[in-house]
Design a protein around this ligand. Sequence first.
Ligand code: LRH
Ligand code: MN
Length: 388
Amino acid sequence: MTSFSEITDALAQQAIELPSWAFGNSGTRFRVFPQPGVPRDPFEKVADAAQVHRLTGLAPAVALHIPWDEVDDFAALRRHAEDLGVALGTINSNTFQDEAYKLGSLAHRDPAVRRQAIDHHRRCLDIMRETGSRDLKIWLADGTNYPGQDDMRTRQDHLADSLAEIYAAVDTDQRLVLEYKIFEPAFYHTDVPDWGTAYAQVSALGDRAVVCLDTGHHAPGTNIEFIVMQLLRLGKLGSFDFNSRFYADDDLIVGAADPFQLFRILAEVIRGGGYGVDSGVAFMLDQCHNIERKIPGQIRSVLNVQEMTARALLIDHEALDAAQREGDVLAAHAVYMDAFSTDVRPDLARWRESRGLPADPMRAYAESDYQARIDAERVGGSQAGWGA
Ligand code: LRH
Ligand code: MN
């Protein structure tokens, strides 16, 4: 089997973007439970994200969501982030909360509504020129709730035209990343429901249009690592929204619900050339800490991704290739499971210390005074949330 020392160079390349909205209040239609110390603005969200990077070395960038993270001066927010040792990352658009978008946005039948949604994306591209962000991530709530409610073919054509207009405004150092989702908030059809539709739409645009795979956006039982393999094979996997789920888009801590699935996904990412600084694949978390504390939740999340990445990097590909070539089913599976069954935590703890990081970032955060300080300082004002 591959030894831990052989994978540390690869591990050192790991970079996971944190979602600004994970630090704000979130919940379900039943209740959003506020917490003390929650940020009131993007500056405080970035400060919290910087704590995760300080303790793990794994989270050098913060993804923003517009308008949730709208500020008067994005250059100032960028400087604030850089002063704290992080960068501003993916810009996520939002065409799922304005009144006009009840029946859709980029796929809407009404050209005026499509215009409004296209202009929102042009605004996001302007913001990216100030934040230095590369990726504009587009997730659409667009869809219908009842059969016959609207013409799905016409909506696909409207969507294609709208995306083409947005793509025409994307700079050469920027990318358009289209995220698919099987359902919710639409419950009959969603205009971008699966990887095939996202692939078809971005392929019609050009090289700087790619697909985002959110691990919570598939039908139960979907072999997600197969989709990872295929999108990498087609050169169209642009990014991940990592989280985990038991039933629907639960947005739970990545690896919490199904660590083996996360291992299998990362094994295909590594095998397909989707891992590393030059891979062109962005790793982002997309989670909501509805009942647990937010910052420890994010620390736990990046550590879960790191741990499963380490296990996947330990796969002995020579032995695996040999067993696969011989059609030795059990031997091939055993090689794979040996890596998954390897407890890398002691090695990771020692490796962190060798890089000047705490061996146990969760304990280091708990023993720091940061949480108590923000709980005491952040009184008054309105806590950040989804504004839904
Ligand atoms: C949609 C989604 C999308 C984000 C939102 C916060 O479910 O995954 O990526 O815009 O969550
Ligand atoms: Mn997502």
